[in-house]
Design a protein around this ligand. Structure first.
Ligand code: PLP
Length: 448
């Protein structure tokens, strides 16, 4: 059976896929020996590159002792060490966690922790979530409900939670009446207006990605936005949930993405970069204030799964995070942000369709537009982002093009999320191949 036949006929199906054989560092090889440079760490996951012997060794060592100590029977060295590392990296009062095996489960757990917090506080009326358009929080029903990604939700409408939805906070595409400078305040005001419209006593939490990933294309929170939403949430007793599944764990140049905005959320999710794809791992992390209420009333979070705190997964997370810390990779990402941005600007010079280049750290995106002045996107029927993905693949580059960032249907963005330890030469190859692939597709489409 071909790999395409085994795939669901998804709207974004990539058709016949090559079979992966092995990988080392920033390079992946298929069974035919074709080499690909991993410019996006897959979907912003493989943050220390592939086949790291130290991580593989740590996993094997753990497997040789015990793969999985079930959470109701045992704690483990790996789990306790990982908890200490995450506490240290988060700083502040984010000292409590529920471990899971991926991003959707992490977000789902964040939502449940927020609901449980209000229940423990005796405020059972606080059941409603507020989230934003052009956001992606995952594929489980709760996480999908708070997501603002039309194409991924359409088939499930009718069975999703009723969620209040706000405009995306995007300096390149400010809401009507706002500018790049005022969009943060305008979007924060939308949050306050919605809380007041529904009634603060009914609002459980506001959920957002500090740097929007797949649904927007590396859109950082506008200046001042995160602090304002923090204040508004505090004013009305609403919890602030930061979804850092994609932008967290160092990807944007600080371990927590919101650290750069000077904000501590009440609850946050982390996943992709935590164990860097070596094994599935995620976490919902919550503050002592939230923990005091939940633990005080109910003893423990009423969420978790069979594989919560899976020992080998935690061992993978510990090994990855030790490397990230020892080699000062988050600091490296922060220091190299400007360089990567300048390289992208330089390499795409003269491509009229490049409307915006944005992001934070090693989480950068190029947005393509049909008209730079009006910022009008190319029509969705062109599936430009899909063609760029395929062309890049043919050229031996893995990048992460996404569509629908403008209105849920139209828009084309190419995301790059290289490993934190990518070499200078590899970075040049990634940037050059990205620009070349975009140029080739635009030319083939008669758009350049
Ligand atoms: N949250 C964000 C911000 C994401 O980018 C993703 C996945 O891309 C998820 C949640 C869901 O994570 P997963 O695909 O691991 O379930």
């Amino acid at each position: 059976m071909s790999s395409a036949a085994a795939l669901p006929q998804h709207i974004h199906s990539t058709g016949d896929l090559p079979k992966v054989a092995w990988a080392k560092g920033s390079y992946v090889y298929d069974v035919d020996g074709k080499q690909y440079i991993d410019g996006s760490g897959g979907p912003a996951v493989y943050c220390i590159g592939h086949s790291n012997p130290e991580v593989n060794g740590a996993i094997k060592e753990q497997l040789d002792r015990i793969a999985h100590g079930y959470r109701y029977n045992f704690s483990s060295d790996a789990l306790e060490e990982l908890t200490e590392i995450i506490r240290r990296r988060c700083g502040g009062t984010l000292n409590n966690m529920v471990y899971v095996t991926g991003g959707s489960e992490a977000v789902e757990s964040c939502l449940k922790l927020a609901l449980q917090y209000h229940a423990a506080n005796g405020e059972m009326s606080r059941r409603r979530f507020i989230a934003r358009e052009r956001s992606w929080h995952g594929n489980t029903l709760g996480a999908l409900s708070v997501s603002g990604f039309l194409e991924r939700k359409r088939a499930f409408e009718g069975s999703l939670l009723d969620v209040s939805r706000l405009s995306p906070a995007n300096s390149y595409r400010p809401v009507a009446g706002a500018t790049a400078k005022t969009v943060g305040e305008a979007c924060a005001k939308e949050l306050e207006d919605e809380i007041l419209r529904v009634g603060p006593e009914k609002i459980c939490a506001f959920v957002f990605e500090p740097v929007v990933g797949a649904a927007g294309g590396c859109v950082p929170a506008p200046e001042g936005y995160a602090k304002r939403v923090r204040d508004i949430c505090d004013k009305y007793g609403v919890l602030l949930i930061s979804d850092e599944v994609m932008c967290g764990a160092g990807r944007t140049g600080t371990w927590r993405a919101l650290e750069q905005d000077g904000v501590e959320p009440d609850i946050m999710s982390v996943a992709k970069g935590l164990a860097a794809g070596y094994l599935p791992l995620g976490a919902a992390i919550y503050t002592d204030r939230v923990a005091d209420v939940i633990h005080g009333k109910h003893g423990a979070p009423m969420t978790g799964h069979t594989f919560t705190g899976h020992t080998a997964c935690c061992a993978a997370g510990v090994a990855v995070q030790k490397i990230v810390e020892r080699e000062r990779l988050v600091e490296r990402v922060h220091a190299m942000e400007g360089k990567l941005r300048s390289m992208l600007v330089e390499a795409t010079k003269g491509i009229e369709a490049v409307g915006d280049i944005r992001g934070r750290g090693f989480f950068q995106a190029i947005e393509l537009v049909a008209d730079r002045t009006t910022k009008k996107p190319f029509g969705a029927e062109r599936k430009l982002f899909m063609k760029i993905r395929q062309r890049a693949f043919d050229n031996g580059l893995i990048c992460y093009p996404v569509g629908g960032n403008v209105d849920g249907v139209n828009g084309d963005v190419v995301i790059l999320a290289p490993p934190y330890n990518v070499t200078d030469d590899e970075l040049v190859e990634i940037v050059d191949k990205t620009a070349a692939s975009i140029r080739q597709v635009l030319k083939a489409e008669g758009l350049a």
